[in-house]
Design a protein around this ligand. Structure first.
Ligand SMILES: Nc1ncnc2c1ncn2[C@@H]1O[C@H](COP(=O)(O)OP(=O)(O)OP(=O)(O)O)[C@@H](O)[C@H]1O
Ligand SMILES: [Mg+2]
Length: 597
């Protein structure tokens, strides 16, 4: 089966400047400051590391020619001033000093590595938190257009891609680059010709390899990104639809649907790993040959071993730092390029979706004293050919009991979602009393005053009590209110008599341990818990037998008369007690008053 490759802007290969600019743009100001701080630390570490490489020179030249101590020079002066009596003990002293520099250098390196790790991981943490908050605060309509698996992927997977495969390698590359430049400078001072040769051969080799492969890397990075997206989709759909999959015997089909992208994912990962490691071995051979050649060359130009040895030692020791350094720079750059599509996607989401500036609290309900009014409201779903509701005029006085009927697909749920402020009119407006329902804050307060029982009830894997008092912290749950709500929803008897654990029983993820009707009654109890002034029920009793439905309706009917109730039903008898009936046909409303029956 051919996977649908979504066209992404990231399919164009991007340069490093663009990648780093995007990373910089998604960082908070304090993170940028800290990034600069860590960069300074990296530079200092590189300096110390260079020092530890260079410090080998005086030691080796001393070993090669102890007699030089009496001839003055830097070491001779140090010897004279040290107060050490024998050349041998001075040698020992210098040895210890070299060792100390090395140990200190490594300790400093560890410290810097820790700061880098801390920085990148905290950035990862903060980016995930920002994404969760940004996604959650999107308007409801946003979620109608995105696959739910995308969120988990961005929050859990892409963020760590950006930190582990872009930010961390970038820091590593920077640190190796600085060390290489410093050590390179020392080599130039020691022997410009040889140093130039080293730089040209090694640097040139890595550059050529990278330039030759960068197209391949960018393309496989894109394939990896798309394959990963499919993996997440299949996993989330496969398990969400487990009942249907079992019934239709689709286990193997779904497993195979996963296998395709999973293999592409694995192969591109492997490809990238080998591309970033491969040059090392061949270049190590070149470098080893180079050291041999260098020894012969230096012996030839500097005549004696004692003259040649310090420089040979310096180059050998420097090579021991520079070669892995270059390898790491190269590997980091390939990794960054491979991960480039991730930063594109994350950058897009983080810059277009802003999390709320302040944490939003549960709002105080917006009071309704006179009526809810729809004025010429038209609503069309994104990408829909025709509007789901057309030119709706409707006035619902406070305390009215409204029954909404109409064939399936006629627009009942859409009307309710508009009323709830989950979606906003494409044209026209909705007013509560005379205030228009728009703007985040108003809609939030409006929703806070509504008890809503949706067509499909979401149940969290918590206790029954926590599900009725949904979202409240445990210690804030009002047990008496929970029981009152459960009694009205005709659920109390079932909870205390049949559910082991009663109100403290856990009901399983998405309520798998409840029947359809029990789930519905739990939804009703939840809507009643907050004692809302407006109650909205979307097919809330469709799964109940008529005796239980009658009991639930009687309980709702017995609520005080200034409560506004709007209910959708397929069965006319459900709404016969309403005083107003709204009928929808293909998105067009007709309203009739009913006499109390
Ligand atoms: N997210 C969406 N995107 C595009 N079209 C949608 C979306 N949701 C619903 N629709 C369309 O809008 C129309 C009205 O849907 P709505 O859910 O309001 O119907 P309904 O009257 O509640 O039906 P039912 O009784 O089956 O629940 C339908 O034609 C449906 O296909
Ligand atoms: Mg519906």
């Amino acid at each position: 089966m051919k996977p649908s490759h979504k066209e992404m802007p990231a399919a164009r290969s991007r340069g490093f400047a663009a990648i780093f600019r995007r990373v910089w743009e998604i960082l908070e100001p304090w993170q940028r400051r800290r990034a600069l701080g860590v960069s300074v630390l990296i530079t200092l570490t590189a300096l110390v590391e260079t020092l530890s490489v260079v410090s080998i020179v005086p030691f080796i030249s001393l070993v090669a020619n102890p007699a030089a101590l009496s001839k003055g020079g830097l070491l001779g002066t140090a010897y004279a001033m040290s107060g050490v009596t024998s050349e041998r003990s001075f040698l020992l002293l210098v040895g210890f000093a070299v060792l100390a520099v090395l140990v200190l250098g490594n300790a400093f390196k560890t410290f810097t590595a820790w700061r880098i790790a801390l920085f990148t991981n905290l950035v990862g943490h903060e980016l995930s938190v920002r994404l969760v908050s940004a996604y959650l605060s999107q308007p409801y309509a946003f979620f109608l257009t995105r696959h739910s698996a995308e969120f988990a992927k961005s929050i859990l997977d892409e963020v760590s891609q950006v930190t582990n495969r872009i930010i961390q390698p970038a820091m590593l590359a920077l640190s190796r680059l600085v060390v290489t430049v410093f050590i390179g400078a020392v080599l130039v001072a020691a022997d410009p010709l040889v140093a130039l040769l080293v730089v040209v051969v090694l640097g040139g080799a890595y550059s050529l390899i990278f330039l030759a492969l960068r197209g391949v890397i960018a393309r496989s990075g894109q394939v990896r990104y798309e394959a990963n997206q499919l993996r997440y989709h299949v996993v989330s759909e496969g398990f969400a639809g487990i009942k249907e999959i079992k019934m239709l015997g689709l286990e193997a089909v779904y497993a195979a649907r996963f296998a395709g992208p999973s293999e592409r994912f694995a192969r591109t990962q492997a490809g990238n790993q080998i591309i970033s490691l491969a040059p090392r071995h061949s270049l190590e051979a070149i470098a080893f040959g180079g050291v041999l050649g260098l020894v012969l060359y230096l012996l030839d130009t500097r005549q004696t071993l004692e003259n040649a040895l310090p420089v040979v030692a310096l180059f050998a020791f420097a090579g021991y730092r520079i070669l892995p350094g270059l390898q790491e720079i190269y590997a980091s750059l390939t990794t960054i390029r491979f991960a480039a599509p991730t930063i594109e996607a994350l950058h897009r989401d983080l810059t277009t979706m802003r999390p709320p500036a302040e944490p939003v609290h549960i709002a105080a309900p917006l009071p309704l004293t006179r009526a809810i009014r729809f004025e010429k409201v038209t609503f069309a779903y994104p990408n829909a050919e025709r509007p789901a509701l057309r030119a709706v005029e409707l006035e619902i006085p406070r305390g009215a009991r409204v029954g909404v009927v109409g064939p399936t697909g006629s627009g009942k749920s859409t009307l309710i979602d508009l009323l709830l402020g989950l979606i906003v009119p494409t044209e026209g407006r909705i007013l509560a009393d005379d205030g228009p329902l728009d703007g985040d804050e108003t809609l939030r307060r409006w929703r806070a005053g509504i008890g809503y029982v949706p067509q499909h009830i979401f149940i969290a894997d918590e206790t029954v009590a926590a599900n009725i008092a949904f979202g409240r912290p445990h210690q804030a749950i009002d047990r008496a209110a929970v029981e009152r709500a459960a009694r009205a929803a005709q659920l109390h008897d079932f909870i205390v008599n049949e559910l082991p654990g009663g109100y403290d029983a856990r009901v399983g993820e998405r309520g798998v341990r409840l029947s359809g009707g029990q789930r519905q009654r739990l939804g009703i109890a939840r809507a009643l818990y907050g004692d809302p002034a407006i109650l909205v029920l979307d097919e809330a009793t469709s799964a109940l037998d008529s005796a239980t439905e009658d009991a639930v309706m009687a309980a709702i009917d017995a609520l005080d008369r200034d409560r506004t109730i709007i209910m959708i039903a397929h069965r006319l008898r459900t709404v016969e007690r309403c005083d107003m009936r709204v009928e929808i046909k293909k998105g067009v409303l007709s309203v009739s008053q009913q006499t109390q029956g």
